[in-house]
Design a protein around this ligand. Structure first.
Ligand SMILES: Cc1cc2nc3c(=O)[nH]c(=O)nc-3n(C[C@H](O)[C@H](O)[C@H](O)COP(=O)(O)OP(=O)(O)OC[C@H]3O[C@@H](n4cnc5c(N)ncnc54)[C@H](O)[C@@H]3O)c2cc1C
Length: 292
């Protein structure tokens, strides 16, 4: 199938892009890497009458880091993040997760902003943003607002970005001393969206953040499982599987579909937590610890 007819604009400034989006209302859509939007249009799941291509807006590019945050422009491509020594050194969780995002060809075009704005519940980067407590910068007619990841993802393919607004940049807190991170996912084939995945951060003060993908209508934190896992990490043991699964059942809301039942996804979530704890414990016991 081919997309329905649409008009195309390629503004070179953020203001011009915002004006076009405001003028055309909900019928207009932002085009970034096009790796999700173009297939959706080809299948006619999306039928925007205007595409506003933000690819030439210099303000949306750039990767900078100070001692506090890594700031990435919304147009930063997955491949750029994956190959960046700055990202590896400052926010290693992203470097662990990015190889799981689709395939190289898609990572060459797909953007950070596009992935977060799409908010696919099975996507890797939204789960990382939640695990890291990233802050999204959204530009609209009233200026820029900063929205923490926990408020940004609002439901299935739904975010805090309103019509006429553009996600312009994302700030990720720089990894702190003694912090351990973990990313893993379980999919039927490499490159496929995962049935379940886990982005996790454990800080030196024993606080722990578990952020799951594929286990709800958005990336999901798991407070009950976090408490269990934090206890287990402190005492260097693996938690009881049944208790862990019960905690995860209270925290998550996994879908049942052709790929996996909700119960299978809960099982996979428990396996991923166990893998995280085992990986952290192995690294704590290693004579030379690596940051990832
Ligand atoms: C075969 C295939 C496999 C894939 N597998 C995975 C996978 O395993 N994991 C994964 O995470 N992703 C996967 N993807 C999706 C890929 O990562 C996309 O690149 C990403 O989801 C969207 O980024 P994009 O830049 O291409 O956005 P686009 O497709 O251009 O846009 C996506 C949506 O976001 C909106 N948007 C884009 N940028 C902005 C912005 N700055 N502000 C506000 N709204 C914006 C658009 O209007 C659109 O609604 C896959 C895609 C394909 C085709």
């Amino acid at each position: 199938m081919k997309p329905a007819a649409f008009s195309y604009l390629r503004p070179s400034s953020l203001d011009a892009a915002r004006e076009a989006l405001l003028r055309h209302g909900p019928e207009a859509r932002i085009l970034a890497g096009g790796q999700s939007l173009m297939p959706m249009m080809a299948l006619r799941v999306a039928q925007p009458t205007l595409l506003v291509d933000i690819g030439r807006i210099a303000e949306l590019r750039g990767l900078t880091c100070d001692e506090r945050v890594l700031r990435a422009g919304a147009l930063t491509r997955h491949a750029e993040l994956l190959s960046s020594p700055l990202v590896y050194a400052s926010v290693p969780l992203l470097s662990l997760a990015l190889p799981h995002v689709a395939h190289a060809a898609i990572r060459n075009r797909g953007t950070l902003g596009g992935s977060l704005a799409l908010a696919d519940p099975a996507a890797e980067l939204p789960a990382c943003a939640l695990a890291l407590d990233a802050v999204m910068h959204i530009t609209g007619s009233l200026g820029v607002r900063a929205v923490p990841a926990a408020e940004f993802f609002q439901g299935l393919y739904s975010t805090a970005v309103s019509d006429g607004e553009i996600l312009t940049a994302v700030e990720f807190p720089v990894s702190s001393a003694g912090e351990q991170v973990f990313f893993d996912e379980i999919s039927r084939r490499r490159g496929d969206y995962a049935m379940a995945g886990l982005a996790a951060v454990a800080r030196a003060d024993h606080t722990l953040r578990l952020s799951f993908l594929g286990c709800g209508d958005r990336p999901m934190r798991a407070p009950h499982a976090e408490a269990l896992a934090a206890d287990a990490r402190r005492s260097m043991r693996v938690p009881d599987r049944a208790r862990l699964k019960a905690a995860l059942a209270a925290d998550l809301d996994p879908p049942s579909d052709l790929q996996a039942s909700a119960d299978t996804r809960l099982h996979l979530a428990a396996v991923l937590v166990e893998r995280a704890l085992q990986s952290w414990s192995a690294r704590s016991n290693a004579p030379h610890q690596d940051i990832v």
